[in-house]
Ligand binder design. Sequence first.
Ligand SMILES: [Fe+2]
Length: 192
Amino acid sequence: MANEDIIDRLSEIFTRHGARSYQGGGVSITEHMLQTAAAAEGASCTPGVVAAALLHDVGHFITDFARLEDDPKHASMLEAKVDRHHENAGARMLQPYFSAEVVEPIRLHVQAKRYLSAIEKDYVKTLAPQALHTLGLQGGPMSPHDVAAFEENPYCRTAAMLRRWDDAAVVPGLKTPDFEHYRGILRDLVTG
Ligand SMILES: [Fe+2]
């Protein structure tokens, strides 16, 4: 795929597929990702981190929702029976086009949920039902050994920050900028 085409492919995910696939709690995946990006932008993060927040769940459209776009009733994480590792699928899709600043927090955002579940007593109480459900499928809270290893990762803090925006981005009806608002940021970030 040519570099400029990746942005059109991402736009299509937001405008067509994501708008009809549900994160849960009455919020579509598109609304969820836009809310996550708006939180990153509101925190004055770098464009790379804003892009990571915006794109963190695009892997769902390679794994969980690829064959479900005409069946939105079933496109809910609460109905997931297995973990299909959407974070790795998203990172693989984006890696040829974006730097590690964008790709690595996306790759780590599920591990960050397992990390925060292990280090903060009340963190799991803040999770929406679908995030709690998938936490079990994803391995549950990290062991102390895995916590120590995760903290060695240079993207640990960014991934944990993204995770908190992700967890909060389930507000029905919240107004946010749309995908086009981020097109210029994405174009500037596309590499190679
Ligand atoms: Fe998410």
